[in-house]
Design a binder for this molecule. Structure first.
Ligand code: ME8
Length: 649
């Protein structure tokens, strides 16, 4: 039977504000999964979303929608991001999926029956506005760490998991299998900071959180979000259900890849749960480092996320998925943190993809097309051929060893060392001079064959990392299906085509300016006031100067087309005519006007707001409405007939 490989990413909070750091874990896992598939292994690659809990419940409530209405578009956005980045997972699990819910209930029931879950009282500091319990150490100066308000000491009935019972077994695990968790520094942290200090039993249910999985033996309680989320690693394969064939085939996982801040959950709590269930532990857990900005973790909840620089959609759109993948896989030393800068990102594209790989491909193709029209015969080996061929022949073993050590940057460095060698080989063999001498035709053919074969081999090896570019390049050498790793497998006489540059060279200065501008959309989206903030800003506002008022550009527009925004109950998408210009505008008025009613209406539009995307649709302005005390909206229109495009002042 073919070897199998089961790899997982953590499951993501559907928070929206995705930044390039979020793509890190999943792009690495995708490259690993593709690499193992390339080796002929049967791979199961799992990712998904972690959808329950108080945060989601509160965010949805703030917007006056259900948690499901809040989450669904965000999940669709995340899936879209993986599609754009070429992430090929085998299952995208949502913790709201019915099979996952059933599995979590099965796990709780089993642990309850075995006595590993018991009922007790949870004592904590309760923050009423946040509906959250905190421990004494979590408080900030005795107040709620989230909102800074007063807390009261309260007691809540809760079920507990006997985590303390498993501390000795966990300590033994780290003694006997130190590579269970990598890198090594994380083991020291787990053992010294947590296990040796002793483990307290863990509160694993809540009565205050409604948006969660009800416990099968006590419906008043919902499952603690972390136990719910961690269970995805087995629920995705059908654990505890009538059809657990995938579980039996792929479990235990070869690798759980997670960010370092969530190692404790994966390396202590999850193994203890598995021990209690009598199930095997994953082979390895890897706690990778972070992408930093200004030395701090790039984070969705912090200012430093700088959406104008780190929005993965904008970067993929401008530079292609492979450039983003390459940066993530090559630039950050694996296991450590790495500083993200747009300059480093652009330099990587230029230096490695555009110069080294791009030049090798275009010079090789140009010379073959010009001199032979097809792949030339291999000919005799002479001069520097041996050194180049030897490097190509050992390449797979070197890359395999690096990927075995989960070291994608080193694997890529190996491949690019061969590309570099091939570029030097061109300088050494001077094919442009050979082309001028008819007596050197056979030698010219041999040199160009060696180059084409090096490109083919490198691209086969690069497939897991740069799937889109390598497909194009391999196709242009007539070998898109090629997987042969022996030097010389390229067919003489085969077709060849000259491609336009796969990674066009970038003008750094221009690009830096462009990235800022392009990603402004993302920034505008992040800056757009939430409905809650809008509510908070109700009431009398401080006076503004006439100068400030004049910064707004208001015009009369005519709605010439209108439709509902898919995936939203609130939004309409209008095409608004402003004089000669047509604009795409999204408005939250679907409850008050039908698309048919909107067409033909004269409206007042704020035309110089920064564009934003709402539910994936571009909005380049805002239609003004009046709101009554009950929140009903009515369009603001000019009282007499006015041409569209007229200024409002
Ligand atoms: O942690 N650099 O979800 P999440 C590198 N739902 N990786 C980063 C990063 C950065 N700047 N920022 C985030 C969760 N990540 C839980 C997991 S699993 C049972 C439950 C990584 O959306 C982060 O380390 O906050 C984590 O691996 C992933 O993005 C999802 O983070």
């Amino acid at each position: 039977m073919a070897k199998k490989y089961y790899i997982t990413t953590p499951i993501y909070y559907p928070s929206g504000n995705w930044h390039i750091g979020h793509c890190y874990t999943t792009v690495i896992c995708d490259a690993l999964a593709r690499f193992h598939k390339m080796k002929g292994e049967e791979v199961f690659f799992l990712t998904g979303t972690d959808e329950h809990g108080q945060k989601v419940e509160k965010e949805a409530a703030k917007r006056g929608i259900t948690p499901r209405e809040f989450i669904d578009p965000l999940v669709a956005e995340l899936k879209d991001m993986w599609r754009l980045l070429g992430v090929e997972y085998d299952r995208f699990l949502r913790t709201t999926d019915p099979d996952h819910v059933a599995c979590v209930q099965h796990i709780y029931q089993k642990l309850y029956e075995s006595g590993d879950i018991y009922k007790a009282e949870y004592t904590g500091y309760y923050c009423t506005p946040c509906e959250a319990f905190w421990t004494e150490t979590q408080l900030k100066e005795g107040k709620c760490p989230d909102c800074g308000r007063e807390v009261t000491l309260q007691k809540e009935e809760s079920y507990f998991f006997r985590l303390s019972k498993y501390a000795p077994r966990l300590l033994r695990l780290y003694e006997e299998k130190p590579d269970f968790l990598r890198p090594r520094s994380r083991v020291n942290e787990m053992v010294n900071n947590f296990l040796k200090a002793g483990l307290a039993d863990l509160s694993v249910s809540r009565t205050t959180v409604k948006w969660g999985i009800p416990l099968p033996f006590d419906q008043k309680h919902t499952a603690y979000v972390w136990i719910d989320a961690l269970s995805n690693y087995v629920s995705a394969l059908g654990y505890g259900t009538a059809d657990d064939s995938l579980y039996r085939k792929f479990y235990p996982a070869d690798l759980h890849m997670v960010g370092k801040e969530i190692v404790r959950f994966h390396a202590i709590i999850w193994p203890a749960i598995l021990m209690a269930l009598g199930e095997p532990l994953p082979e390895h857990i890897y706690g990778h480092g972070w992408l930093l900005i200004g030395g701090e973790k790039l984070s969705k909840s912090k200012e430093n996320a700088r959406p104008e620089l780190t929005d993965p959609y904008a970067l993929v759109k401008r530079y292609g998925a492979d450039a983003v993948r390459y940066y993530l896989l090559r630039e950050i030393p694996f296991g450590s943190d790495g500083e993200y800068t747009t300059e480093r990102f652009l330099l990587r594209i230029n230096a490695d993809l555009s110069n080294d790989l791009g030049n090798l491909v275009s010079r090789t193709q140009a010379m073959i097309v010009q001199n032979f029209g097809v792949i030339p015969p291999r000919g005799k080996e002479e001069g520097p051929d041996g050194a180049l061929i030897a490097m190509c022949e050992g390449l797979f073993e070197r890359v395999d060893a690096d990927m075995g050590a989960l070291n994608a940057p080193e694997a890529l460095a190996e491949i690019f060392a061969v590309i570099d060698r091939a570029n030097k080989y061109i300088d050494e063999t001077t094919p442009w001079l050979l082309a001028k001498d008819p007596s050197q035709r056979a030698r010219l053919g041999a040199v160009l064959y060696n180059l084409a074969e090096t490109v083919r081999l490198c691209c086969v090896m690069l497939r897991p990392f740069l799937p889109a570019a390598t497909e194009k390049i391999l196709k242009s050498f007539g070998c898109e299906d090629s997987a042969d790793l022996t030097f010389g497998a390229l067919k003489e006489g085969g077709p060849i085509e000259k491609l336009p540059p796969v990674f066009p060279r970038l003008d750094l200065k221009k690009e830096l300016a462009e990235v800022e501008k392009l990603c402004a959309q993302a920034k505008a989206k992040a800056d757009a006031p939430s409905p809650a903030a809008e509510k908070e800003s109700e009431g009398p506002k401080p006076p503004v100067s006439f100068e400030d008022f004049r910064k707004l550009e208001l015009k009369v527009g005519e709605v010439v087309a209108c439709e509902k925004v898919k995936k939203s109950e609130k939004l309409l998408h209008e095409t608004v005519k402003l004089g000669e210009e047509l604009r795409s505008v999204v408005s939250g008025i679907a409850k008050y006007y039908t698309p048919e009613e909107m067409v033909g209406k004269k409206v007042v539009v704020v035309t110089n707001l920064k564009p934003v995307k709402l539910c994936g649709v571009l909005s380049e302005g805002m239609i003004l409405c009046a709101e009554d005390g009950a929140g009903n909206l009515s369009l603001v229109s000019p009282e007499r007939l006015v041409e569209s495009g007229a200024t409002v002042r």
